[in-house]
Design a protein around this ligand. Structure first.
Ligand code: 5AD
Length: 325
């Protein structure tokens, strides 16, 4: 079996079906080391830190998997003020971070005017700004870009239109794809990604996801395990474990040698060494949360979300011989 960026669907499916063994506390299979080498050869040992500011957990959508879905009345809602957002951004800068990621639910309170104010005020601080605020019109994305936003994260969640419909009420798969192409056209660096282990998600569908990342030439790929979460329609769905998401991460790295790929919080939330394991299987980015722990906990998209402080994250990265960028 040859693992390289030319892998076709059938080979990817075989790889995703291959066995993972646990040896001396490490997950091993044929291609995890190859993914780690591809990461090293293309991107070196540097790990980019991106400071995450989850600025609102209000959301008008009702995604069946997500803890901050509109109908979850068990979620305590919050919105940060402009001043609070800026003070978290400044905290990130003082910790040496060069990028902040403004992520939130799809909250109509943050209309175009409010978003433009937030974007331009953050950009005055001299940081790179990534937005992750969901599906918007071309006009809005364009205005965000003109106000200075540099990058945008919008996970496709699954590239399988049928599955997409099963996990998103009133969903519009084509619009989501369109959003990604609009963002690219507007000159954003674009990130996308999926959840691994969704109900009714096959390995064939995951292979298509990996090929989708390549076909759209994603600059960033963020993926992690689906975590069944209380007070959501999917609370009793099966949890897949860490192995399959790791395989998807590693193969995504092999097919997308230069993409920035975070060791996502979801990995860390389901395994005590999840972040390190992901960093050894192709990931080269970590997104430490800048919020105070009490607010961070309220942004509960899934259960048991890990809230490791940034200093501890830095130590972990150094402990495996990697370099903080
Ligand atoms: N399990 C894992 N990931 C989730 N997300 C939302 N809910 C869950 C869940 N229950 C992910 C989605 C979203 C990102 C911010 O968090 O992929 O895009």
């Amino acid at each position: 079996m040859i693992y390289n960026f030319l892998m076709q669907k059938k080979e990817i499916v075989n790889a995703l079906n291959s066995e993972v063994i646990l040896k001396d506390g490490n997950f091993k299979n044929d291609f995890f080391e190859i993914a780690d080498n591809v990461r090293y050869n293309n991107l070196g040992d540097g790990v980019h830190l991106r400071g995450l500011i989850e600025f609102t957990n209000y959301c008008y959508r009702n995604c069946y998997y997500c803890g901050i879905r509109a109908e979850n009345s068990n979620t305590e809602r919050y919105r940060l003020s402009l001043d609070e957002i800026l003070s978290y951004a400044k905290k990130g800068i003082s910790l040496g971070l060069k990028t902040v990621v403004l992520q939130g639910g799809e909250d109509l309170y943050f209309n175009l005017d409010k978003m433009l104010e937030v974007i331009s005020e953050i950009k005055k601080l001299g940081v790179i700004l990534t937005l992750s605020v969901g599906e918007k019109s071309y006009k809005e994305y364009k205005a965000y870009r003109q106000a200075g936003a540099d990058r945008f994260l919008l996970r496709i969640e699954t590239s399988d239109e049928n599955l997409f419909k099963q996990i998103h009420p009133n969903s519009d798969f084509k619009n989501r794809i369109n959003c990604l192409y609009n963002l690219k056209e507007l000159g954003f660096e674009v990130g996308t990604g999926v959840m691994v282990g969704l109900p009714n998600q096959s390995v064939e569908s995951l292979a298509n996801d990996i090929l989708f990342f390549k076909s759209i030439e994603a600059d960033m790929i963020g993926l992690g395990p689906f975590i069944p979460t209380p007070n959501t329609p999917f609370e009793n769905e099966k949890f897949i474990g860490i192995e399959l998401p790791l395989k998807v991460l590693a193969i995504s790295r092999i097919l997308n040698p230069k993409a920035n790929m975070p060791a996502t919080t979801a990995f860390e939330s389901i395994h005590k060494n999840g972040r390190i394991i992901a960093l050894k299987c192709g990931a080269n980015v970590v997104m430490p949360n800048l919020l105070d722990c009490e607010i961070n906990k309220k942004y509960k998209i899934y259960k048991d979300k890990s809230t490791t402080p940034i200093e501890a994250i830095k130590e972990e990265i150094i402990s495996i011989g990697r370099v903080i960028l």
